[in-house]
Design a protein around this ligand. Structure first.
Ligand SMILES: [Zn+2]
Length: 297
């Protein structure tokens, strides 16, 4: 929980309180349509209770929490607001077609992913935070559920103009990478798994989701669709990190991210977490559909 004197605000109150017209506009654009997005998550998960209220916390911490409300700090909002740059053709392998949503696409994706992550904690994870390993399993579950819902939202938005579905998956990965990579330090402390572990599971989730939402996720990549998506996403992740290193020269010698991700894949260093998930998953929710069914391997 956060500790400071400034009262929490609703997102509407927060945007109203911003004096600079340009920043107000940027915030409106960042949060535009957010209620509909959260409502979509509620409906997809068959939850009767209304969407929890979003409260803005005045703090430089880049942090969000979910309890009865979804809390987002002004630090996290600023991170999303400043997530500048548009996806590069050299990284993605294709040019993203013009769409009004493209303005600060990375920031908008990040806001939605962060809020979805917290909402999934509220919906499913309350009462299970027993220890470190369970915490990691729940964090990765929230990451993957949030990733799935972003992918479906992108399908609705871009599905008709980005015709190769693998491109769409890469676009989601690119946006999530850009924000997670820009966090000040590796968030492997506390309950959060390392950045390498989180990206590994985001990539796996994006590979296993089927283009047709009615089809069960292919967690072993046995279909051509998932197998191809896996290869493309691995290449995309590699490109994302190479571009990141090029634009942050001081990291070029110290970055071990790709090495860490390959080690996770080769040595199954996630097996303790996946084992824990398998023990608790049935109590958390029935494996009915992709939103409910977020296998950790
Ligand atoms: Zn979390």
């Amino acid at each position: 929980m956060f500790y400071n004197d400034k009262p929490r605000q609703s997102i509407f109150e927060y945007i109203e309180s911003i004096e600079c017209g340009l920043n107000k506009f940027r915030l409106l654009s960042l949060f535009g349509g957010i209620n509909g997005f959260l409502e979509q998550i509620r409906i997809e998960n068959n939850i009767a209770a209304p969407v929890p209220e979003l409260r803005i916390e005045h703090s430089d911490n880049i942090q969000s929490e979910g309890a009865f409300c979804i809390y987002m700090t002004t630090g996290a909002i600023n991170l999303c607001l400043n997530a500048s740059g548009s996806p590069l053709k050299s990284t993605l392998g294709f040019e993203i077609p013009n769409n009004p949503f493209n303005y600060n696409l990375i920031g908008k994706t990040a806001v939605r992913w962060i809020l979805a992550h917290e909402y999934y904690h509220i919906m499913y994870h309350d009462g299970y935070w027993n220890d470190h390993i369970t915490g990691h399993a729940l964090e990765l579950d929230a990451d993957m559920c949030a990733t799935a819902i972003i992918y479906r939202a992108y399908q609705q938005m871009y599905g008709k103009i980005i015709t190769d579905d693998r491109d769409l998956r890469c676009l989601v990965l690119y946006c999530l990478f850009s924000v997670l990579r820009s966090l000040p330090s590796d968030s492997g402390s506390g309950n959060h798994p390392t950045l390498a572990m989180r990206l590994r599971f985001i990539k796996s989730k994006l590979s296993s989701l089927r283009k047709n939402q009615k089809h069960r996720p292919d967690v072993l990549y046995q279909t051509k669709e998932s197998h191809d998506a896996y290869s493309r996403l691995l290449m995309c992740l590699h490109n994302c990190e190479m571009i990141y290193i090029q634009s942050h020269p001081k990291h070029s010698h110290s970055s071990t991210l790709l090495k860490e991700i390959y080690e996770i894949e080769l040595n199954y260093t996630f097996s303790e977490i996946t084992q824990r998930w398998n023990e608790i998953a049935a109590r958390i929710r029935p494996p009915l559909f992709e939103s409910f069914y977020a296998p950790l391997e």
